[in-house]
Write a protein that binds this ligand. Structure first.
Ligand SMILES: C[S@@+](CC[C@H](N)C(=O)[O-])C[C@H]1O[C@@H](n2cnc3c(N)ncnc32)[C@H](O)[C@@H]1O
Length: 253
């Protein structure tokens, strides 16, 4: 996605993203932080860190964590929230995850969550994370995934882009695995977890969603049953969007 489009969308979402329950939940944040193989004293990078939820979650377990994000408003929220929480070992800066201004092997490990689907060259991000992590260090990616079926994936992407114009493309797990392999990484562990989001909150948070609600409703009605990578259900507690969230933990050789 155009950098300007990303910055516009995430300036719009900086506060609401930070507050969104799904972004702080045990499934999306707790599980990822638990799987990060960090050790006390280590230096970690959180790429495309947004409001620093992952960096702040990781801070108690490491020596130091640095978050980088392209959207200045997100970096401001990350700094403010880290200070409010009394976190003294997290720093944040504005930067591009596809071309990090960081020396080779500068970190013990790197993580990125919910970012690759906004980036037209996700492989470049994984290669950058591999470059800035020392040999033997870990690279962790968490993102929601799409179907390996081209028709289902195209339908899914149309809805995502109607709701958030900075959305580029979710990948199926096999393509995420291939990105790590291409960067020379060894996959140590992976998990695929079903996650559930308040559908109305999700629509309201995206800058395109409220204006595109009619088109989104039509797209949803056109594919019944919906694939399990993107399904809107009502089990009596309001409409929920069910997605599949993939976490991969790689090691740099
Ligand atoms: C959905 S948010 C995820 C934020 C955070 N990783 C989290 O999971 O809480 C996506 C973030 O990626 C950032 N982003 C998108 N493309 C980027 C790039 N090329 N370099 C750095 N940040 C980028 C956006 O500014 C936004 O803050």
């Amino acid at each position: 996605m155009e950098p300007d489009q990303v910055v516009r969308e995430f300036t719009h979402q900086s506060e609401s993203f930070n507050r969104a329950p799904v972004m702080r939940s045990a499934d999306t944040l707790g599980r990822l932080v638990d799987l990060i193989p960090a050790a006390p004293g280590e230096r970690w990078l959180d790429a495309a860190c947004g409001p620093g939820l992952v960096a702040r979650g990781l801070a108690p377990r490491v020596g130091e964590v640095h978050g980088v994000d392209m959207t200045p408003a997100m970096v401001e929220v990350a700094r403010r929230e880290a200070a409010a929480e009394g976190i003294g070992n997290a720093t944040f800066s504005v930067g591009d995850a596809t071309a990090l201004d960081v020396a080779d092997a500068a970190f013990d490990g790197a993580v990125t969550r919910f970012s690759l689907h906004h980036i037209p060259v996700p492989g470049r991000v994984v290669e950058e994370l591999a470059r800035v992590v020392r040999p033997g260090g870990a690279i962790v990616v968490g993102d929601h995934v799409t179907s390996p079926d081209g028709g289902e994936a195209a339908w899914h992407e149309e809805i995502e882009r109607l709701r958030d114009p900075s959305h580029w493309a979710c990948l199926p797990p096999a393509r995420l695995r291939a990105l790590g392999e291409r960067a020379g990484l060894v996959l140590e562990r992976e998990e695929e977890i079903p996650i559930s989001i308040d559908f109305e909150e999700w629509i309201a948070r995206g800058s395109g969603g409220p204006g595109s609600a009619g088109l989104i409703a039509r797209a949803l009605a056109e594919r019944v049953p919906a694939p399990d990578v993107f399904r809107v259900v009502d089990r009596g507690d309001g409409r929920r969007l069910e997605l599949r969230y993939w976490i991969g933990v790689w090691r740099r050789a």
